[in-house]
Design a protein around this ligand. Structure first.
Ligand code: ADP
Length: 388
């Protein structure tokens, strides 16, 4: 005979094991309801002894789950309570027997193998079940209250995060503006009066300042998108112009990595916000370069009928889990263990706002942006669809 004992108190398990040693019993035990349920399904025991007051998944719930499909296995409730209501609830939920703690080792084996509840107490069962339902509702109410409280805390944290991002980026930007202004004056007016090596340092400082400025602008753009602060400037523009403008930002990086773009774009006019659309296309192009292997190619096609631009690269690809995430803000920060920041280097990462902003700029124009990939190593295709 196989007996499973689900009990969070290890001393009780030990004592019962000792009690049953002299019988021909295969004894298994565990200390949590979840584990107990797994063991029940794996081991197919003849008798399951269940402590009613388990933390987490409780004894009554375990009996309810087991009894859905199994009317045969003998279920024995083991409880410290001698309350008659508890006995009736246990009976109604399908326990065959109710044993009060402390267990009496001299009668226990006989009890679990021979005794059973008398036939069900119909009316009493119904009344007690109602009480049980009330208890369940009460505990559900408590859970809902707890979740509401947790949700409020999370919303407060989210608001704090947004405020922090917004204030931190403004604070970073304030000193950047004069810094870049003075650099521009030096680069413009003083470049002939300064020694060559100093000019080289200044050029490097300028590049670093521009990079920082771009990052801060991205953060500010994201914050403005979240607050719905962008206005649209709709114009009729040529698709060829959109692509060409985006390529002017990308061509130095294409050269550095020797990545060729095969372009098949008709001479068509669409109505859109030129700058925001160029931003989104450029972002997708830059990513296609970053995540392609050196010396490879990217196919750019515009489908006239559906107004959809597709950008197909043959690079690293994106796995199924990440497909849902890449447009979420700060996605690149999910795993920073291999973070290396770069605008074009293979797999270089930024702060993970590029696609989130691209999505924001396309969505406010009532367009769509999405990605398809068959997984790592298969490349990816990004699509941008704009209304006519
Ligand atoms: P960032 O602004 O940091 O450059 P993005 O928002 O543009 O980040 O991209 C987020 C993440 O999506 C990238 O870090 C990368 O993991 C993934 N990703 C984007 N484009 C591609 C692509 N063409 N191939 C593979 N992964 C990509």
């Amino acid at each position: 005979m196989k007996i499973l004992y689900i009990e969070d108190d290890r001393t009780n398990i030990f004592l019962l094991k000792k009690t049953l040693e002299k019988y021909n019993v295969d004894f298994i035990s565990c200390t949590s309801g979840e584990e107990g349920l797994n063991l029940y399904f794996q081991e197919n025991p003849d008798i399951v002894l269940i402590d009613i007051n388990l933390p987490g998944l409780g004894g009554l719930e375990i009996a309810r789950i087991i009894r859905k499909n199994d009317k045969i296995t003998k279920l024995v409730a083991v409880s410290a309570s001698s309350d008659e209501d508890d006995k009736i609830i246990a009976q109604a939920l399908g326990f065959n027997l109710y044993i009060e703690k402390p267990i009496d080792p001299t009668t226990f084996f006989k009890q679990i193998t021979e005794d059973e509840f008398d036939s069900p107490l119909q009316l009493e069962t119904r009344i007690v079940m109602e009480k049980y339902t009330d208890k369940l509702i009460e505990s559900l109410k408590q859970k809902v209250e707890e979740l509401t409280e947790t949700n409020k805390v999370l919303m407060d944290i989210d608001k704090l995060k947004s405020n922090f991002i917004s204030i931190a980026s403004h604070e970073l930007r304030t000193p950047l503006v004069p810094l870049m202004g003075y650099l521009e004056i030096i680069l413009d007016k003083k470049k002939d009066n300064l020694p060559k090596d100093i000019m080289e340092y200044i050029n490097n400082i300028n590049k670093a300042a521009e990079k920082l400025n771009m990052t801060v602008n991205k953060i500010l753009d994201m914050a403005r998108l979240e607050r719905g602060l962008f206005n649209l400037d709709y114009k009729k523009v040529s698709v060829v112009d959109l692509i060409e403008k985006s390529l002017t930002y990308c061509s130095p990086y294409m050269k550095k990595r020797n990545i060729g773009f095969n372009i098949d774009v008709p001479d068509k006019y669409i109505k859109c916000d030129f700058d925001k659309t160029v931003y989104a296309i450029t972002q997708v192009f830059l990513n296609a370069i970053k995540f392609s292997f050196d010396n490879s190619k990217v196919d750019i096609i515009f489908d006239d009928k559906s107004n959809t631009l597709s950008v197909r690269d043959y690079g690293t690809g994106i796995n199924e889990e990440e497909l849902k995430e890449v447009f979420k803000p700060f996605f690149a920060l999910n795993d920073i263990s291999h973070h290396h920041s770069s605008d074009y280097e293979f797999q270089g990462k930024g702060i993970g706002l590029g696609l989130a902003i691209a999505k924001g700029f396309i969505t406010i124009q009532k367009g769509k942006i999405w990605v398809e990939s068959k997984g790592k190593g298969t490349g990816s295709t990004f699509y941008i669809q704009l209304p006519e």
